[in-house]
Ligand binder design. Structure first.
Ligand SMILES: Cc1cc2nc3c(=O)[nH]c(=O)nc-3n(C[C@H](O)[C@H](O)[C@H](O)COP(=O)(O)OP(=O)(O)OC[C@H]3O[C@@H](n4cnc5c(N)ncnc54)[C@H](O)[C@@H]3O)c2cc1C
Ligand code: FES
Length: 280
């Protein structure tokens, strides 16, 4: 590939799938480890996304799930939602895909520095948060306590099980709190929706920032719970998932008022969102 093509954010870089594995029991979410071919490099920060393309099928915007502190491969975790994501799910180790990006802003690392961090994720919504959790744990001395609240519909739907049950609870000053909407015979953990579970945990808002991502209905009630717990709007961060096409502010698919989610987002504080038309 020419130098010009390497520097053009609209031209996909060729990449190879190094590993594919199911995250959930039903395999409706799969994780992909991907490396770029040749000399290409990809520098990103937690919260950014990439357009993944399946040759001959199309493209989808997907969050980068791995942390930039672990550059051996890019990880993407993809829910099978339709044409492109379904085609991604059909790929196996060794398959070639296109990757363009990184796109969007990133989590506000300046705001998070020195603070306690409360992560609140639901389902596949843990994917973008996972990149930031990894980043914070790899820069452990720059942050205070880390609390991760995560929920899914059932134990079979929990993603990133090695992280939530093994890696993250073993990290210094880090706790993971998991809930499911409905348990099964083997489940001994909490049962209940994420917002109510969060309220029952009552994490302190003092010197803390909350970062949340999940289905829109969960986010709506989580934001209300965080407000009740005393988190001010400028210390609550979330990500938006609008439909996207170009990823670079050209096609106009993803705008909310004057903002393009692909350029100015997908990461916003609640204070920023409240200044926008409520079209999302
Ligand atoms: C910033 C951002 C980050 C994302 N990160 C991830 C991620 O990490 N993992 C992941 O699995 N998915 C993620 N998504 C969602 C993903 O882009 C869509 O699920 C995917 O593009 C659907 O494409 P498809 O061709 O498979 O489905 P299609 O066949 O195009 O559509 C299937 C159905 O999904 C709906 N749909 C398509 N795109 C979206 C969207 N963006 N939001 C809501 N509904 C949509 C369609 O209206 C249709 O009903 C992200 C989206 C954005 C904008
Ligand atoms: S996706 Fe085209 S302008 Fe945002």
């Amino acid at each position: 590939m020419s130098e010009a093509a390497l520097n053009n954010p609209l031209i996909p870089l060729l990449a190879t799938v190094r590993a594919v594995y199911p995250e959930t029991e039903a395999a409706d979410v799969r994780s992909f480890h991907v490396t770029l071919d040749g000399r290409a490099t990809f520098w990103f920060l937690p919260g950014q996304c990439a357009m993944l393309s399946v040759l001959g099928v199309g493209e989808s915007m997907i969050s980068i799930t791995s942390s930039p502190t672990r550059p051996e491969f890019l990880q993407f975790s993809v829910k099978n939602a339709g044409r492109v994501t379904g085609a991604l799910h059909d790929l196996r180790e060794g398959a070639r895909i296109g990757v363009r990006g990184p796109y969007g802003n990133h989590f506000p690392l300046d705001l998070l520095a020195g603070k306690n961090i409360l992560f609140v994720g639901g389902g596949i919504g843990l994917a973008p948060l996972r990149s930031l959790v990894g980043y914070c744990l790899d820069h452990r001395d720059d942050y205070g306590r880390v609390d991760i609240v995560y929920g899914a519909r059932s134990p079979a739907d929990l993603c990133f099980k090695t992280d939530i049950f093994e890696r993250w609870p073993a990290a210094q000053d880090t706790s993971v709190h998991v809930t499911v909407d409905r348990g099964d015979d083997a489940w001994r953990g909490s049962v209940g929706f994420v917002p109510a579970f969060l309220e029952s945990l009552a994490p302190s808002s003092e010197n803390a920032v909350a970062v949340t991502c999940g289905p829109p209905v969960m986010i709506k009630f989580v934001l209300a719970a965080l407000a009740k717990l005393g988190f001010p709007d400028d210390r609550v961060v979330t990500t938006l998932e609008l439909k996207m096409q170009c990823g670079v502010g050209i096609c106009g698919r993803c705008n909310i008022g004057p903002k393009y989610v692909c350029l100015d987002g997908p990461v916003f504080t609640v204070a920023e969102l409240k200044k926008l038309p409520q079209e999302f």
